[in-house]
Structure formats: structure tokens, C-alpha cells
Design a protein around this ligand. Structure first.
Ligand code: 1GP
Length: 266
């Protein structure tokens, strides 16, 4: 019989001490951060490396790798390698499911889509991938993922019941539940390409409710969007499509807005 984890005498599974979450906590003490989301299906291999190099030059702090469709471990692995070769930024998997996992990344956001009506996205995909992640020794960072209207493609694929944009109490309820459950990060997601980001009033209310790292993404395209979300208390802003829709200068403006709020480490 194959020994199972936890059996007496079972071989110890490899485990690498987490580096990325402590790095994030240290960085957060000096102010907010900007993460660039790359979709390896749209920006494979060397293209991912080029975009990441540009993001690093502008001052982005980390690369998230993920997409809603068409992801394979090979695409993720190639993109992660290319980003590592081109930059010194951490590469963090923003998973679509077990097919997103590659040992080439530094860490993985181990997320539950809290407001999905499908148990697959709440806990089943996580059950299917958890032991593989542990065996590969990838750092798993727990994250409560919450889809806010309109939710876009990820809301559809994840069968989310998106939180209405004015329903601050529901957003705070989910965020507090995530924190009680021990999730280190909470991600308020309007969906990639959303016409407007998560409302700053909702971000502010969630910030006042929990102390977890607060990540906000979806539809951030203008400097004023970034400023309002940062003023509301976001710790991390995530942008993906802004470079395609509004060009490099828009990304530059957003990253500058984040960077100007940072203090030198004490
Ligand atoms: C999607 O929040 C991210 O998961 C980024 O969204 O592509 O709209 O920047 P955008």
C-alpha cells in the first residue's frame, strides 16, 4: 500500500520555507505595492519576459501569472522561467485550477472563491491540488477571493454570485469570514477589463473591518483610480490589461501613484 502523508513512517514530503509572504509583510510596512498580472496564454514565454522587464523598469513589485482560460502547466512554467530570466521580481501563481501549477514559480496564491455557487471553486479544486503543491515545495499563500460586480469572465467561469457594488456590508462580512478562517490575503476583484474598479467606499469599509493584506484588482486604468483605491486603504493594486488598452504610460502613472506613497524602510 502506498504510504500516505501523515502515516507513521511515510517519507517526509519536501517543503520549502515560505519566503514570499514574509517579503510581502516586510514590504507592506513601507507602503502599498503594485503587482502586474500576466496571462501566459496571451503573453507566452519570451513575451512574458519582455512585459515583466518593462513592468520592473516602471517600478512594479511582483509578477502574478494567471488567466481565466487556456492555461497549462507548460505555458505557466515557460512564462515563469522567462520572467525569472528577465527580472529579479517574485513570480506568484494566480491559479485558474490545478493546471496552473508550476514549480518554476516562487509562490502560489492558494485561494478560495468565497462567493462562488460551485463548490469546485470554493474548496474542491484546492483539495485536488493541495498535496501536489506540497510535494513540489511551492509556498502556498492563503487568499480569500471575492468577486464584486460586474465580475467579468472570472465571475462567469467561477460561477460567482458577485457582490453588488453598493453592498458594502456583504463585502465586509466575507472579508471578516476570510480573516477568521485564517486567510492571509483578501482580494476584492471587479474582473479583468471591468469598466470601473471596485468602489473605493467598499475598499475603505473592508479596510476598516480587517487587518489582512488587502488586494484590489480589475478595471484599474487611470492614475485617479489608483489614488482613490490607495487612499481607501488598499495594500496591493493589481493591473493586467491596462498596458494593452491604455499603453505603457498609463501603467507608469499607476505605479508612480503607488510608489509615491512608499517610505524608506525604517
Ligand atoms: C484580474 O484584477 C486583475 O484578475 C486585473 O484586472 O486586467 O482589469 O487590470 P485588469
Amino acid at each position: 500500500m502506498t504510504p500516505q502523508p501523515g502515516d507513521r513512517g511515510a517519507p517526509r514530503l519536501p517543503w520549502r520555507a515560505g519566503r514570499i509572504f514574509p517579503w510581502l509583510e516586510r514590504q507592506r510596512k513601507s507602503g502599498p505595492l503594485h503587482f502586474t498580472l500576466l496571462d501566459p496564454d496571451k503573453s507566452p514565454g519570451a513575451t512574458a519576459g519582455r512585459v515583466a522587464r518593462e513592468a520592473e523598469r516602471l517600478g512594479s513589485h511582483a509578477i502574478l501569472l494567471g488567466g481565466s482560460t487556456g492555461i497549462t502547466p507548460a505555458l505557466m512554467g515557460d512564462a515563469a522561467r522567462a520572467v525569472h530570466e528577465a527580472t529579479s521580481l517574485p513570480v506568484i501563481i494566480f491559479p485558474q485550477g490545478p493546471e496552473s501549477i508550476t514549480r518554476e514559480a516562487d509562490a502560489l496564491l492558494f485561494m478560495s472563491l468565497m462567493n462562488s455557487s460551485d463548490l469546485k471553486w470554493v474548496i474542491r479544486a484546492q483539495m485536488q491540488s493541495s498535496l501536489g503543491i506540497r510535494a513540489l515545495g511551492i509556498e502556498a499563500i492563503s487568499l480569500g477571493y471575492l468577486i464584486i460586480e460586474p465580475g467579468m469572465k472570472v465571475g462567469e467561469v467561477g460561477r460567482a454570485e458577485p457582490v453588488p457594488r453598493d453592498d458594502v456590508a456583504t463585502a465586509c462580512g466575507y472579508a471578516q469570514a476570510a480573516e477568521f478562517l485564517g486567510m492571509k490575503l483578501i482580494y476584492l476583484e471587479a474582473g479583468s477589463g471591468a469598466p470601473a474598479p471596485v468602489p473605493p467606499a467598499m475598499v475603505r469599509a473592508v479596510r476598516e473591518t480587517v487587518r489582512s493584506v488587502l488586494v484590489v484588482g480589475g478595471g484599474i486604468r487611470r492614475r485617479e483610480d489608483a489614488a482613490a483605491l490607495l487612499d481607501a486603504g488598499a495594500d496591493v493594486l493589481v493591473t493586467g490589461t491596462v498596458v494593452e488598452t491604455d499603453g505603457v504610460s498609463a501603467l507608469q502613472d499607476i505605479v508612480a501613484e503607488v510608489r509615491k506613497r512608499r517610505r524608506p524602510p525604517s
